[in-house]
Design a protein around this ligand. Structure first.
Ligand SMILES: N[C@@H](CCC(=O)N[C@@H](CS)C(=O)NCC(=O)O)C(=O)O
Length: 230
């Protein structure tokens, strides 16, 4: 029995769950995964029922440390960074750390157009939808341009292979975005494409994707563009 438990949603769809799971797996932080399958988000759903009394917000992810609950992804990432200081989950340099926090905070509070129009769906390939979205939604262009700029600047400053050199919370934070880009075939420059490929080849992300591919759920509320899995 591990002292840490991570409550997550479906791996194919739950972008917020993906972030702490990938982070912990990448850094070999041992935890028990508790999967709460999405069966709807109304108060009668099993998903919501199982979260009752665990978190007041009724959302995943939730980290439990010997039963003590930490909810909301940024709070979970900060808790893990404090709990495992020797792992350097944030960059070690104070300014790089501040910059990494700024990027994660941007992700936390922004990119609404990209998130709404291109929901994470790891198993799907929807480049035709990506083209349509880009043609009809200028705000998605704006989000994509900002992502491209922030990743390029970070990679150029650090020299890679990840945003701040070695893999950090920032890379875990943006890992779901890399799948939005590939699922919807959104165009990115070669530097960014190479970064995406490195993220996809990294340990925690590979393991998460294997889990997503093994799922068979089709969750209609997360599928604005399909009526079934192909
Ligand atoms: N700000 C929260 C967002 C969490 C969130 O929206 N999680 C989704 C799954 S990816 C959820 O549980 N949705 C259920 C609902 O909206 O009722 C975080 O960072 O953890």
């Amino acid at each position: 029995m591990y002292s840490l438990q991570l409550l997550i949603g479906n791996k194919n769809y739950s972008s917020w769950s993906m972030r702490p799971w990938v982070l912990m797996r990448h850094f070999d932080i041992r935890f028990e995964e508790v999967m709460l399958r999405f069966d709807g988000f109304d108060e009668h759903s099993m998903f919501k029922q199982r979260l009752k009394g665990v978190t007041p917000v009724g959302k995943v992810p939730v980290l439990l440390d010997k039963g003590f609950a930490i909810w909301d992804t940024l709070a979970i990432a900060e808790y893990l960074a404090e709990r495992f200081p020797s792992l350097s989950l944030w960059p070690q340099d104070v300014q790089e750390r501040a910059r990494a926090r700024s990027l994660c905070a941007e992700m936390h509070s922004g990119f609404g157009a990209l998130r709404n129009h291109c929901p994470m769906n790891i198993e799907a390939s929807l480049p035709h939808i990506g083209q349509k979205v880009l043609a009809e939604q200028p705000a998605v262009h704006t989000d994509l341009a900002r992502i491209t700029t922030m990743w390029s600047e970070a990679l150029n400053a650090s020299g890679g292979p990840f945003l701040f050199g070695s893999f950090s919370i920032a890379d875990a934070y943006f890992s779901p975005v890399t799948f939005r880009i590939t699922t919807y075939g959104l165009p990115v420059p070669p530097l960014v494409q190479a970064y995406i490929e490195r993220v996809h080849a990294s340990k925690g992300v590979k393991d998460w994707v294997a889990g997503a591919m093994a799922e068979h759920d089709f969750v209609a509320v997360d599928e604005p563009y399909r009526s079934q899995r192909e």
